[in-house]
Design a protein around this ligand. Structure first.
Ligand SMILES: *[C@@H]1O[C@H](CO)[C@@H](O)[C@H](O)[C@H]1NC(C)=O
Ligand SMILES: *[C@@H]1O[C@H](CO)[C@@H](O)[C@H](O)[C@H]1NC(C)=O
Ligand SMILES: *[C@@H]1O[C@H](CO)[C@@H](O)[C@H](O)[C@H]1NC(C)=O
Ligand SMILES: *[C@@H]1O[C@H](CO)[C@@H](O)[C@H](O)[C@H]1NC(C)=O
Length: 583
């Protein structure tokens, strides 16, 4: 058994040669498990439950005082001297002024995020029914204080330097400071051409907007750092798209999403400056990001860029491990689509794993599978290399050496986080030597049997130790039914049960509760997004709203979700579904 497990581990990690040696970390950033908890904390060696806070909400019932500001950004950086939304090469600036182009035809509010409206924007949900609100979030009217900007950045796309890119269909509307003192940057996406639109029309379609709206809020509910979405507006304005890049151009409806992040700067925001030799501006941008978004880094610290790099490396490794723990494939991990705050941004051709497959590629046009789910950890490493290249000119030779060591530590950080998260998914307390094998062995069986990623872990959370002993899973527990067809399932389950049995003083009910709090029951499967989109195309937004509600509580069984089969075996038509790539 032992040798078999070791081999299986190798098989599972075959893409991860880089990860076999955990480099030492002489800088001492984040060395022990305990210092490395970043965005969530559900992986400790004891079980903790997060408590829902009971804060009195003090929201505003009118939009009168609602305003944003661009002052800080405009004062910090030079703005493009040229005006106008025509496509051009831009130098020596970080932003260009650019006005959104309002959608012509009548617009309809399809959905809003209650939690963004109340908890971030301090507004009462009733405000979203007003005409003024619709005007603001459809781009028809500017929020007071707004000086819309388009950000200039570059990036490595599919492995190659692509030169100038930039906000091609998004406008930064301004910064909102909420009652908690948090600064949020509001962007409108699908709002028309900017100087960075290249060949595009700057619009977004219903399909991609529904997906971005729902997935942003679903990731938040899963406890994964992400940009947020306020609202989804659809219009009757026609947008022409070749959905599968096969020459079939089709008319679709335009839509806009208002989205938020603490900062929208990307790796490519720095790269374009380094490549252009604009080093003063590079320092300015780095100082701005550190001062505003990395409060733990002292602005006078001579090592601040190095500490910044080390933080991004660590947080990115953790973010990608979290993606893996929910079976999320981002789909377009270019350096221009990777946030410097290590939050998930740019929801495009993403997908959640169904049948477990490490080669799962959500973008059907990505023939080489560069951004397959199993490749994400390595792509993260590639992006961290590119980030380091862009920082090189501002690091001293000794800092460059130290940064190279930090980069070597990425693999170890990723593996450690992955291990912690999957241990939690299996309800394992403490650490035993064979835990890695237990996880790898399970994933290998899931791959062999094609069992459903989300529901295998969920049903393991729901099954009692007695049920696991008994086996004989029916269609009721369909994912375990599939998994248990593996000829080594009983070996694995014996190992697992023995391991659980050694957890002293651990009550089976506690284990199940805890596992249910880390293994979601509902994720945004492609077929669910597709079904909601089809209805939204005909102005029926009921399923978008239902999915928003259900995915806001992904760990909790819900009647409406069960009626729609969201945790059931996917419908047959779902298998033939291709992910739409144009947006
Ligand atoms: C929240 O606060 C309200 C009002 O003070 C109180 O009635 C309620 O019991 C509290 N809920 C929880 C979960 O503490
Ligand atoms: C609630 O809002 C009112 C009106 O804006 C303000 O005067 C009051 O201080 C706020 N209370 C809290 C607890 O924030
Ligand atoms: C990724 O970045 C590119 C380049 O800026 C941009 O055109 C694209 O829209 C981004 N991807 C998504 C899904 O937003
Ligand atoms: C999907 O992959 C293809 C091939 O690499 C690429 O050209 C396209 O831009 C990708 N689509 C998106 C939305 O990133």
């Amino acid at each position: 058994m032992w040798t078999v497990c070791v081999l299986l581990l190798c098989a599972v990690h075959v893409r991860a040669e880089h990860f076999l040696h955990e480099a030492e970390n002489p800088l001492g950033y984040c060395q022990g498990e305990h210092e490395c908890h970043s965005h969530d904390d559900k992986t400790a060696n004891h079980r903790t439950y997060s408590q829902t806070s009971n804060v009195t909400i003090n929201t505003s019932h009118s939009l009168e005082r609602f305003k944003v500001s661009c002052q800080k950004l405009i004062e910090a950086f030079p703005v493009d001297e040229v005006d106008g939304n025509y496509v051009r090469t831009v130098k020596n600036c970080v932003f260009s002024r650019s006005l959104p182009t309002p959608l012509k035809a009548p617009v309809t509010l399809a959905a809003v995020s209650k939690s963004v409206i109340e908890d971030i924007l301090d507004l009462d949900i009733g405000v979203t029914q007003t005409d003024a609100f619709l005007q603001y979030i459809s781009g028809a009217q500017l929020i007071p204080g707004s000086i819309p900007l388009a950000h200039r950045y570059g990036g490595h796309q599919f492995g190659y330097w692509s030169g100038q890119l930039g906000d091609g269909r998004a406008h930064l509307l301004g910064q909102y400071t909420n009652r908690k003192g948090e600064i949020w940057e509001l962007q409108i996406k699908g709002s028309g051409k900017t100087p960075y639109s290249r060949a595009g029309d700057g619009r977004a379609v219903v399909r991609s907007s529904v997906r971005e709206f729902l997935c942003s809020e679903a990731m938040q509910a899963l406890g994964i750092a992400t940009s947020r979405a306020t609202s989804l507006v659809v219009s009757d304005e026609s947008v022409w798209r070749d959905q599968f890049y096969d020459g079939n151009v089709r008319k679709e409806r335009g839509a806009v999403v208002v989205r938020l992040a603490r900062s929208w700067f990307r790796i490519g925001s720095l790269e374009v400056l380094t490549r252009g030799g604009e080093l003063d501006l590079l320092r300015k941008l780095l100082n701005f990001i550190i001062e505003n978004n990395f409060p733990a880094i002292a602005t006078e610290d001579p090592d601040k860029y190095l500490v910044f790099y080390s933080t991004v490396v660590k947080e990115t490794a953790h973010l990608i491990a979290q993606w893996m723990a929910v079976g999320f494939a981002h789909g377009v991990c270019n350096t221009d689509n990777f946030s410097l705050l290590s939050i998930t941004i740019d929801y495009g051709p993403f997908g959640f794993l169904e049948s477990y497959d490490p080669n799962f590629v959500p973008n059907t046009s990505d023939d080489e599978g560069r951004y397959s789910i199993g490749a994400q950890a390595n792509v993260g490493l590639f992006n961290m290399e590119k980030l380091l290249e862009s920082l090189h000119p501002v690091l001293t030779p000794s800092q460059q050496q130290q940064a190279a060591v930090v980069l070597k530590g990425y693999a170890g950080l990723y593996q450690m986080r992955f291990h912690q998260l999957f241990k939690a998914k299996l309800g394992l307390l403490g650490e035993e030597e064979e835990d890695g094998n237990l996880i790898a062995f399970l994933l290998k069986m899931m791959e062999d049997t094609g069992s459903d990623f989300t529901m295998t872990f969920r049903q393991l959370s729901e099954a009692s130790v007695q049920q696991l002993h008994r086996g004989g899973f029916t269609q009721e527990t369909w994912a375990l039914h599939d998994l248990s067809s593996h000829k080594q399932f009983s070996d694995w389950s014996r190992m697992y049960l023995l391991r659980l049995g050694r957890q002293e003083g651990d009550d089976d009910e506690d284990r199940r509760q805890w596992m249910k709090s880390v293994n979601p029951m509902y994720v945004l499967r492609n077929w669910m997004a597709e079904s909601a989109t089809r209805k939204a195309e005909t102005n029926d937004f009921s399923e978008v709203v239902l999915l928003y509600d259900v995915l806001g509580n992904p760990f909790l069984a819900q009647d409406a979700a069960e009626e729609n089969g969201y945790a059931a075996r996917p419908p047959l038509w779902a298998r033939r579904l291709k992910v739409s790539c144009s947006s």
